[in-house]
Design a protein around this ligand. Structure first.
Ligand code: 13P
Length: 249
C-alpha cells in the first residue's frame, strides 16, 4: 500500500514572515493526516521553515540542487547543504527548470544521481507540453524523460524516489488534466517501470501536478495510479493546501 503524498512547491514566492505564517496555518489545521506532507520553500527560507516544522509531521524539500557536492560553483546549492539544512526530499527537473534554465535530460539525470548519493529523495518531474500532447507524442516524451534516470541510475534507484507527472499545459494555467487523462499517463509510467521491475513499480509513488486545487484533488487522487499531488499555487494558502491534504487522506 503506497502512502499518499501531498507536496507544496512554493516556487519563487513568499517572505520570511509569510513562510512562518503559512507553516503555522498548516500545522494548526493538520489533523493526523494519513498522507505524507512535504513543503518545498525557496532555498533562503529553508532554515526558517526547518525551525517552524520541528516536531511536526511536515517534511522539507528543496526545489532544485546542483549536481556537484562542493567547490567553485558560484550561486549554486549542493546536496550536502540541503541535507545539512534538514531536507529529506528535493524536487528535480521541474518543467520550469527544463524550459527556462536549460535543464536537459542529461543534467536532470546528473542531479538525480547527486541527490541519491546524498540520501536526498528526488521528486523527479516529467511531463509533456501542449504541443507534444497535440502531436500525440505524450507517451514518447514521458518514456524519454523517465528512461533518462533509469538508464543512468538503474530501475532500483526508484525505490528512493518519487515521480511527479506534471503536464506542462496544466501548470499555473487553471487547466487541470482530467482524472482519466492523468490516470492514463500515470498507468503508462508505472507499466514502463514494471516492465523492468514489478516490485519497484508497485511501490513507486507517482504524484500529479498541474492546477490541482481543493475542488479537483479528490477525483484525481482517487485514481488507482495517482498517489498524491505536487501543488503550486494552491500550496501558498494554508486552507487550500489543508483541503488537498484531507482529500488525499
Ligand atoms: P500549479 O499548481 O500552480 O499549477 O503548479 C504545479 C506545479 O508546477 C507544481 O510543481
Amino acid at each position: 500500500m503506497r502512502q499518499k503524498m501531498v507536496a507544496g512547491n512554493w516556487k519563487m514566492n513568499g517572505t520570511t514572515n509569510s513562510a512562518r505564517e503559512l507553516i503555522s496555518g498548516i500545522k494548526a489545521g493538520l489533523d493526523g493526516p494519513s498522507a505524507e506532507v512535504v513543503v518545498c520553500p525557496p532555498f533562503v527560507y529553508i532554515p526558517t521553515v526547518a525551525t517552524e516544522i520541528a516536531g511536526s509531521a511536515i517534511k522539507l524539500a528543496a526545489q532544485n540542487m546542483c549536481d556537484k557536492d562542493v567547490g567553485a560553483f558560484t550561486g549554486e546549492i549542493s546536496g550536502p547543504m540541503l541535507k545539512d539544512s534538514g531536507c529529506e526530499y528535493v524536487i528535480l527537473a521541474h518543467s520550469e527548470r527544463r524550459a527556462m534554465f536549460g535543464e536537459t535530460d542529461e543534467v536532470a539525470a546528473r542531479k538525480y544521481a547527486a541527490a541519491l548519493n546524498n540520501n536526498l529523495k528526488p521528486i523527479f518531474c516529467i511531463g509533456e507540453t501542449l504541443g507534444e500532447r497535440e502531436q500525440d507524442i505524450t507517451e514518447d516524451v514521458i518514456a524519454r524523460q523517465i528512461d533518462a534516470i533509469i538508464n543512468a541510475e538503474g530501475v532500483a534507484s526508484l525505490a528512493n524516489a518519487v515521480i511527479a507527472y506534471e503536464p506542462v499545459w496544466a501548470i499555473g494555467t487553471g487547466k487541470t488534466a482530467t482524472p482519466d487523462q492523468a490516470q492514463n499517463v500515470h498507468a503508462f509510467i508505472r507499466q514502463r517501470v514494471a516492465n523492468l521491475d514489478a516490485g519497484i513499480a508497485e511501490s513507486l509513488r507517482i504524484l500529479y501536478g498541474g492546477s490541482m486545487n481543493p475542488g479537483n484533488a479528490a477525483d484525481l487522487i482517487a485514481q488507482p495510479d495517482i498517489d498524491g499531488g505536487l501543488i503550486g499555487g494552491a500550496s501558498l494558502k494554508a486552507d487550500d493546501f489543508l483541503a488537498i491534504i484531507n482529500a488525499a487522506g
